[in-house]
Design a binder for this molecule. Structure first.
Ligand code: SF4
Ligand code: SF4
Length: 343
């Protein structure tokens, strides 16, 4: 038997900076969460990239910077930002769709980048490409292999939806074959494009819901994670449903996560990103609190269903018994479980 998954509690003294350096992308994934109406269409200037990284520099805290987009490697100054983030002592990750523009692997060294993450939503082109685009599987896996050959720490992010959950297990031989040691399983969120459509043509009635049921998630994801761990892969996946004895905690109150967009919006909760509810913004080079109703006003609300934003934005993810009591609580979307193998 392998190890048991453990819940990764929020770490005091640690901050995660999810830095969207631009919103442009060469792909058009059906579940893309980027929302140009809210996040703009600009890319951050080199000068602001450095200034904004410095804003989050605090020698008393362990800071993880995750460069995202859109596709972050489309930004010509990404490598410059990576080097600066490393100089500031941050742990640095780049989340890419696998295309690695601007000769990325030739311009950055493995010792300058802690993790290079590739998004892949299927174990073969037949599953991945209808979701992420024609030919994407081939390019993404080719670049993964190349990055591993060059000595980068490569991880893979798989966004589970009804379109690919049944193929999750087949990711294990793919990852072990390529040599990927870290696997992040995400759950589709009702944000951006996925909030309005699954990307298919046709009316609402013809569209298959993208979200998976609690039963399907719990019957498949933890078991696949455990099997991947037995193959020596470190797997992280969202908790989603709290166990009865587990305490609910909102990361907006107990953790330091910043989701930064090129238009200066800074969110503390990713579920709020489709709305002008950001608690903070970067204005004139300073991080300032926003006035009016913001996400911070919701973090303090206590409800039996757990996460208040989930209840507001995705009420159909919760079910109730005959007495109207919530049958389970939804955890903070940032609460993770992880499991590692023995190899
Ligand atoms: S790669 Fe990411 S940013 Fe680009 S379309 Fe897909 S989900 Fe959106
Ligand atoms: S997902 Fe819910 S619990 Fe987590 S930060 Fe947002 S509002 Fe708080």
């Amino acid at each position: 038997m392998g190890n048991k998954a453990r819940t990764v509690g929020f770490q005091p003294g640690e901050r995660n900076v999810f830095f969207h350096v631009l919103t442009a992308c060469n792909l058009a994934c059906s579940h893309c969460y980027i929302n140009p109406d809210q996040h703009g269409t600009t890319r951050i200037s080199r000068q602001d990239m450095i200034a904004w990284l410095e804003l989050f520099h605090d020698t008393g805290k362990k800071t993880n910077v995750i460069f995202l987009g859109g596709e972050p490697t489309l930004h010509p100054d990404l490598v410059y930002g990576i080097v600066k983030a490393k100089d500031l002592g941050f742990t640095v990750t780049v989340d890419s769709n696998g295309y690695l523009f601007h000769d990325f692997l030739e311009r950055v060294r493995p010792d300058q980048l802690d993790y290079l993450s590739f998004s892949l939503d299927g174990p073969d082109s037949g599953v991945n490409d209808p979701i992420r685009g024609e030919g994407v599987f081939e390019i993404c896996t080719q670049n993964m292999r190349k990055a591993i050959r060059l000595g980068f720490h490569v991880s893979v992010i798989y966004t589970v939806s009804s379109r690919n959950i049944d193929h999750l297990e087949r990711m294990i031989p793919l990852l072990t074959g390529i040599g990927v040691k870290r696997f992040f399983i995400q759950v589709i969120g009702l944000r951006g494009k996925s909030a309005v459509s699954d990307g298919s043509q046709g009316g609402r009635a013809e569209r298959e819901p993208l979200q998976v049921s609690r039963k399907r998630w719990l019957s498949l994801v933890p078991a696949v994670a455990a099997r991947a761990a037995e193959e020596g892969i470190h797997v992280t996946y969202p908790k989603v449903f709290l166990d009865e004895e587990e305490k609910f905690q909102c990361a907006g109150l107990v953790a330091e996560n910043y989701f930064i967009f090129p238009n200066g919006r800074v969110y503390r909760c990713p579920l709020c990103e489709d709305h002008p509810l950001n608690a903070q913004c970067i204005d004139g080079g300073r991080l300032t609190a926003c006035s009016g109703l913001t996400e911070a006003d919701f973090f303090r609300l206590t409800i039996p269903e757990g996460c208040v934003m989930n209840k507001l934005l995705q009420p159909d993810t919760i079910s109730y018994d005959r007495l109207g009591q919530a049958e389970f609580r939804i955890s903070c979307c940032l609460l993770k479980q992880e499991i590692s193998g023995k190899r």
